[in-house]
Ligand binder design. Structure first.
Ligand code: SF4
Length: 406
């Protein structure tokens, strides 16, 4: 198996910290003390909304972070259950979790810790009301032994406990969460010429480019490089008449085959979907899982995952073009389910022989990671739109070779 250069875990330049705990455990006081001011990050629709509330704030000694206050995880009312679901969804966005608790530490807290471990998210255990009642000695010993984590005993009246919590957060925030993401990082340099191929068909939105195209243009400009954008119909003309020749061509996957025939072999070629997969998808898993396309049988079912809900068109890639291409390539009668956004999978994951994820331009790396984790754990092969198309078009090597470690 070849080794590929995948991107660092960089996602945002502000670390995201989720604060979890039961109702009235003292999360708001904790947040106020942490940021050194009385702030409210409760929703304007408090009591009616199910969403967690996020706000960018400064923590002295750490800098700007996004703090996400979640609903009490022991709320068993009808609305409360929805809030708890939303609280768990926050795990897909965060770099670090604060788990606040009192002397009734139990199943709710264990479940939060399990989620952190499952998603590999560092966490801090904070006993919140030590100014009112000390933590039980036996409880403290059991928790610290079970989880091998030192508990922060927090008192709103004691500045030292704020300082210890800040220090702990400082030490645990992954350094990569401060880094800014760069889609083409390592592939281009200052003054490189990047040619983007953006087809405008009936699936293209009216009067604008789609998000992956916009993100790539911005990324090239951020690298002080030069970007040229053409439709596939003008590609040949551009290659012959625009000087200098590009260092890299990034195409929409749908015209991969066509573009591959036109772009000379000495120019690197890949797709929007592949560079996004390398930035924040499960790139190596995709590369490993894609050859499943050669093993499909009649009646097999494939799950197509799209990170956004968009209005499907008659030329939709996930619903029409890619399924048709797979049926033609495999010569098998394969069934497809398509799931958009964060909706639940329509069947047990084991019922699928393969999962194919879109580029995920609207998703964060964490969101994609937690979406794909149960699939990887179930050992179901995964691929992504661009890598599948490159594979079936016979250009897999060419489209991924720039990421192979030599
Ligand atoms: S999230 Fe996926 S389906 Fe939606 S625009 Fe981005 S790549 Fe396409």
């Amino acid at each position: 198996m070849q080794k590929y250069f995948t991107m660092n875990k960089a996602r945002e330049n502000k670390p995201h910290i989720g604060v979890f705990g039961r109702c009235n455990v003292g999360k708001s006081t904790l947040i106020n003390k942490l940021v050194g001011q009385e702030i409210s990050i409760v929703s304007s629709l408090a009591g009616t909304t199910t969403d967690a509330v996020k706000k960018t704030m400064e923590i002295k000694g750490i800098g700007a972070v996004v703090l996400i206050d979640t609903a009490g995880i022991d709320d068993t009312s009808e609305l409360g259950k929805k809030r708890v679901e939303k609280a768990y969804e926050v795990f897909s966005q965060i770099d670090l979790a604060i788990i606040a608790f009192n002397n009734d530490f139990g199943n709710y807290e264990n479940k939060l810790i399990d989620e952190c471990k499952r998603l590999n998210i560092p966490y801090v255990l904070v006993y919140t009301k030590s100014d009112l009642l000390s933590i039980r000695k036996d409880l403290k010993a059991t928790i610290e032994k079970t989880y091998n984590h030192k508990i922060i005993e927090f008192s709103q009246n004691n500045p030292k406990s704020v300082a210890s919590l800040t220090k702990k957060l400082q030490n645990l925030i992954p350094p990569t969460s401060y880094q800014k993401k760069g889609i083409l990082k390592g592939l281009i340099k200052e003054n490189s010429v990047v040619l983007l191929v953006a087809p405008i068909d009936s699936a293209a939105p009216e009067g604008r480019l789609i998000l992956p195209q916009v993100q790539l243009i911005r990324d090239v400009l951020d690298n002080n490089a030069i970007v040229i954008v053409v439709k596939e119909t003008e590609l040949e003309y551009a290659l012959k008449n625009v000087y200098p020749n590009p260092d890299l061509v990034v195409t929409d996957s749908q015209v991969f085959d066509y573009v591959n025939k036109i772009v000379p072999n000495n120019i690197s070629l890949t797709s929007f979907s592949i560079v996004l997969a390398r930035l924040k998808g499960a790139f190596e898993e995709y590369v490993k899982g894609t050859p499943m396309l050669d093993k499909l049988k009649d009646g097999d079912r494939i799950l197509m995952l799209e990170s956004c809900a968009h209005q499907p068109t008659c030329e939709d890639i996930g619903r029409v073009k890619l399924p048709n291409m797979i049926k033609k390539y495999s010569q098998k009668s394969v069934e497809f389910d398509v799931v958009a956004g964060q909706s639940p999978f329509p069947r047990e994951i084991k019922e699928y022989v393969m999962v194919i994820q879109c580029g995920g331009c609207v998703a964060t790396e964490k969101q994609l990671h937690s979406r794909l984790l149960p699939i990887i754990e179930a050992k179901i092969p995964i691929s992504n739109y661009g890598i599948s198309i490159a594979y079936m078009s016979g250009i897999f090597q060419r489209a991924t070779k720039m990421f192979v470690k030599k």
